[in-house]
Design a protein around this ligand. Structure first.
Ligand code: F6R
Length: 241
């Protein structure tokens, strides 16, 4: 697991966007795993600029989002489908049929997870995965204790994550308590992984992650130690606190 330290979140965003562009310019029909949340916003801003400048196209790209809430209103701004449309997909030339996000409208979340994992595995594994990290070390919604062997599954969102994500909702009670998430083994199947960590709020977990010498399920992000092409892009604030 390598570490690259950047001055600020914008530089982190630019670096990750440049990696996505390089991937898509090398192989137009690349499969990407993508996150939501605050951290990837500068990535999406940068890649949209690159697209508008003609430096990259999503014309043949296939994307799989990491996760989606269960029991969120279809038109809620925080439904990850709506987040992705607003912040990336409506602004680039991706084909709607190439966008994959677990479907929050399902009445069979377990079945939806199975369908999602099968569809993802048919791609042969993502070429590139971009991840954020939760303050408790989660990746996707794989909270501490999730087996590294996990595939896409229904999960309970940890109380600390509900608290952290309440900033996007009117109040904590409105944050969904369940989600569908790609599993750790699903994520590890990507050929290259970039984990983004920016801001003071990620300092403690980032330092803890960097101190680990072996992967352990109590800190889900340590799974990246099992991968041979994983890199962390962190900003100075996340490093210094
Ligand atoms: C979201 C996801 C989560 C976030 C994490 C950090 O799709 O997979 O693991 O990456 O909760 O969220 P932010 O970036 O909002 O701090």
């Amino acid at each position: 697991m390598r570490l690259k330290i950047c001055d600020n979140p914008q530089q982190v965003g630019y670096l990750a966007a440049a990696d996505i562009a390089l991937q898509l310019n090398t192989k137009k029909n690349s499969t990407l795993i993508l996150p939501t949340g605050s951290t990837p916003l500068p990535v999406y801003e940068s890649i949209i600029k690159m697209y508008k400048n003609g430096d990259v196209s999503f014309g043949d790209a296939v994307t799989f989002n990491l996760d989606e809430y269960i029991g969120i209103a279809e038109d809620h701004a925080e439904r990850y489908y709506n987040f992705m449309m607003r912040n990336l997909f409506s602004k680039v030339d991706i084909k709607p049929e190439n966008i994959n996000i677990p479907d929050s409208r399902t009445d069979d979340p377990d079945g939806e997870c199975k369908r999602y994992e099968e569809k993802y595995r048919k791609t042969g594994g993502a070429d590139l995965a971009v991840l954020g990290i939760g303050q408790n070390g989660h990746i996707g919604f794989n909270e501490p204790g999730t087996p590294f062997s996990s595939v896409t599954h229904v999960t309970s969102i940890a109380e600390s994550t509900v608290k952290a994500n309440s900033r996007f909702f009117d109040n904590e009670a409105q944050v969904p308590k369940k989600a569908m998430t790609m599993g750790i083994s699903t994520i590890l199947s990507a050929k290259k992984i970039i984990l983004l960590a920016t801001g003071k709020s990620k300092h403690d977990i980032l330092i803890k992650l960097l101190q680990q010498t072996s992967a352990n399920e109590s800190i889900p992000a340590t799974a990246l130690l099992l991968h041979d092409d994983a890199v962390i892009y962190a900003d100075r604030e996340a490093i210094t606190g």
